[in-house]
Structures are given as structure tokens and as C-alpha cells.
Design a protein around this ligand. Structure first.
Ligand code: MN
Length: 237
């Protein structure tokens, strides 16, 4: 047994549908601007430029159904409803035709964003970490194995806030499909079991405030829910 100088943090892990076992998470990759209409609403021209990525720490994961505090140091806390890919086998420099063999399953995800900090960083040419990689920023629903549902390439992706639909698109609108994203990302990383990939959000992103309830779904994949609580005392809001 390794002796640690303090108790080792727990392994971040995700519930698996129909199983008591959990999927242990090592890394969280996220794709930027992967739906044309969302790229446009963020002020960019969508095209087939190669996808780009940012990451979140694995301990930013929050399970569906949680209530999270309104995060510190932001006045523009946004939702981004996304399909999440869970990798189950090593994949390095794979072609799109073989990329799906590495996919263990899928989940609904919310890439929660401090939009004001992200945009400020973008404008200054600085990293997005403060806007994207903060605590509780990677919300995830139950994982469903690809062995049960296959590999979704189309289907409604939707997000409601307090019962009003805010985002509504279809997985077929992804600029870079699931196999294309896995294949492209595998050119840069030795992907492996425990790696999650948030695949990007469709149009309709917007702010939430304390008291709001978010509910998302992807047809054929599952659902996700999140409640926003008050900011911790002393936070800037
Ligand atoms: Mn996103």
C-alpha cells in the first residue's frame, strides 16, 4: 500500500445505467464550436476547420440531480447541453472507420461555463481555464454502454430551464461526428479507458441564476438534471 501524506482524493466516477458499477474518470476533453448555429451565435463562421479542444479537471464532475452553488467570480453562468463520449479502449492515431471500437458508451452532459471569464480570456488570447475548468463545471448523467444503445449519430438534443426549452437541435447537426472527434483527438493523445469527451453544444446557450432548474435529454441516450443554488457567501455575483 502506498502511504500518502494525506488521504488520497476519491476517484471521480460516473454512474452506469443498469449497473451498480461505476466508470472511473481520468480526463475530460471538450470540443469547442461543434454545431454551426452555435458557432454563429458566438460570433464565428462555422466551417470544417479542424476541431479544437479544452479540458476540465476530472474532479469538476457533478452527477445529474445535484444542486450546485452559483460559482464564484462570474455574473454570466451559462449552460451548454452536450453529448458525452466515454472511451473504453486505447486509441492512438486511429482512423474514423475504427474509432468507434474505442467508445465504451455515452451520456448527457452539461459543460457549465463562466461565459464572462471565457470571453475575456478569448479576447486577450489567454487560456480558457477560468471560464471552463472550474469546480462543479462538468455535469454528467448516467452512462449507457454502446453495447446497449449502439453509437448515436442522430436524435434530438434538448435543454430546458424551468420548463422552457432553450436548446433544441439534433446530433446529426454535429460538424465533427463522434468517430471523427475520437479519431482527430487520438492524433494528439493516447486516449484510453476513463477519458470523457464533451462533444460541443448546439445553439441557444444562455445564463442561469440561483433557483433555476435545468433538464436535458438526448433521444436514445438519456437525461440530465441540475439545480442552481445560491452563491457561497463572499462570492462576486
Ligand atoms: Mn461546450
Amino acid at each position: 500500500m502506498t502511504e500518502y501524506v494525506f488521504p488520497a482524493p476519491p476517484v471521480p466516477a460516473v454512474r452506469v445505467s443498469g449497473s451498480g458499477a461505476r466508470y472511473p474518470v481520468s480526463r475530460i476533453f471538450c470540443v469547442g464550436r461543434n454545431y454551426a448555429a452555435h458557432a454563429r451565435e458566438m460570433g464565428f463562421d462555422p466551417d470544417r476547420e479542424p476541431p479544437f479542444y479544452f479540458t476540465k479537471p476530472a474532479n469538476a464532475l457533478v452527477e445529474s440531480g445535484a444542486t450546485v452553488a452559483y460559482p464564484p467570480a462570474t455574473a454570466n453562468y451559462h449552460y451548454e447541453m452536450e453529448l458525452v463520449i466515454a472511451i473504453g479502449r486505447p486509441a492512438f492515431r486511429v482512423a474514423p472507420e475504427e474509432a468507434l471500437e474505442a467508445v465504451w458508451g455515452y451520456a448527457c452532459g452539461l459543460d457549465m461555463t463562466r461565459r464572462d471569464l471565457q470571453i475575456k480570456a478569448r479576447e486577450m488570447g489567454r487560456p480558457w481555464d477560468l471560464g471552463k475548468g472550474f469546480e462543479d463545471s462538468a455535469v454528467i448523467g448516467e452512462l449507457v454502454p454502446a453495447s446497449a444503445i449502439g453509437h448515436p449519430s442522430k436524435g434530438l438534443i434538448q435543454l430546458s430551464v424551468n420548463g422552457a426549452v432553450k436548446q433544441s437541435s439534433d446530433l446529426s447537426a454535429l460538424i465533427w461526428s463522434v468517430p471523427e472527434v475520437v479519431a482527430h483527438l487520438s492524433q494528439f493523445y493516447h486516449l484510453g479507458p476513463g477519458d470523457l469527451i464533451y462533444t460541443g453544444t448546439p445553439e441557444g446557450v444562455g445564463p442561469v441564476v440561483a433557483g433555476d432548474r435545468l433538464e436535458g435529454r438526448i433521444d436514445g441516450v438519456g437525461t440530465i438534471a441540475l439545480a442552481v443554488g445560491p452563491a457561497a457567501p463572499g462570492s462576486i455575483e
